[in-house]
Design a binder for this molecule. Structure first.
Ligand code: ASP
Ligand code: CP
Length: 323
């Protein structure tokens, strides 16, 4: 794998390999010394033009636990604020000799564009309303673990129904998840008010409805999405209260889920708007598992991209370091 730009670029065997290696990587989280030498001498730059808590810090932790040198550059505090363009910023960072660029940008397509300008590997950490592929991978990792509790040998998600609920129009998490879950063989149900249902959703590999209550009892997982106010210019719903009544995972709706239905949210959450505290903190809530999975999955992806056989950093690290 040269870059990770879109969930659509990953085949089922590639996804399975990433998730299986992430399982191995997750053992590092419980070690007293959280360090593998796998990416020693490699340099990763996190270039973030939008705010982030989870993605940026988990890419940083993942790189550091693999012994890469990780540098964070955010738009705030960089020469972007002096008017430097995306291209000049990317070329400048690349000119320092970085091996991988992890980029989050408000423009859809920015990571792809960066990959055309430089030789370094590029990883999409969220581009506009387009995609967030490592989020979809960590969601799949978390759900696979959850499903394997009752079906230890499951490989793909065939037979599973996953509802993705909320602000679909502005969600790159939803787009990447729909693509990845399609490859994994899941049935995806998209739930949103008509005003937040993306145009063209008819061509997505999913079914769509605006009736949340109708799907609650038929899901194996519900993935709640944040209402992304920062991307909204007009009024998409009459009031926060009405949104919650129609599309919030409230305490009442929690009771309509089948026992064992997984509750996911990529974070950050608007508690009390799209998700109630009862749901966020429920026994079947996987929200903090998703955060933990972010480190393991990003370790796996960084290793696949920077430590592979066709890379100068290649060495029998996997056998040597994951023991
Ligand atoms: N953190 C995710 C993203 O950056 C989801 C969200 O912000 O609602 O896409
Ligand atoms: N889920 C997610 O991408 O979170 P951050 O925006 O905090 O990185």
């Amino acid at each position: 794998m040269r870059h990770l730009l879109s969930a659509a670029d990953l085949s089922l065997p590639e996804i399975t390999e990433i998730l299986d290696l992430a399982e191995e990587m997750s053992t590092v989280q419980n070690r007293p010394v959280k360090k593998l030498p796998a990416l020693r001498g490699r340099t990763v730059v996190n270039l973030f033009f939008e705010d982030s808590t989870r993605t940026r810090s988990s890419f940083e932790i993942a790189g550091k636990w693999l012994s890469a040198d990780v540098i964070n550059v955010s738009a705030k505090g960089s020469s972007v604020f002096k008017g430097e363009s995306l291209r000049d910023t990317v070329l400048t960072v690349a000119a320092m000799g970085v091996d991988a660029l992890v980029i989050r940008h408000h423009a859809s397509g920015a990571p792809w564009q960066a990959s055309q300008w430089i030789d370094a590997h590029v990883l999409n950490a969220g581009d506009g309303t387009h995609e967030h592929p490592t989020q979809a991978l960590l969601d799949a990792f978390t759900l696979r673990r959850h499903f394997r509790r009752t079906d230890p040998t499951m490989i793909d998600f065939s037979g599973k129904t996953i509802a993705i609920v909320g602000d679909l129009t502005h969600s790159r998490v939803a787009r990447s998840n729909v693509l990845l879950l399609q490859t994994l063989g899941a049935k995806v149900v998209l739930v949103a008010p008509p005003t937040l249902m993306p145009s063209g959703v008819g061509s997505w590999p999913a079914t769509a409805t605006s009736d949340f209550d109708d799907v609650l009892g038929a899901c194996d997982a519900v993935m709640m999405l944040r209402v992304q106010r920062e991307r909204m210019s007009g009024g998409y719903f009459p009031s926060a209260r009405e949104y919650t009544v129609g599309y919030g995972l409230t305490r009442d709706r929690l009771n309509l889920l089948r026992p064992g239905t997984a509750i996911c949210h990529p974070g950050p959450m608007n508690r009390g708007l799209e998700i109630s505290a009862d749901a966020a903190d429920a026994a079947d809530s996987l929200i903090l598992d998703q955060v933990a999975a972010g480190v393991s999955v990003r370790m796996s992806v960084l290793y696949q991209i920077l430590g592979g056989a066709d890379d100068p950093a290649s060495s029998p690290v996997r056998e040597a370091t994951l023991r």
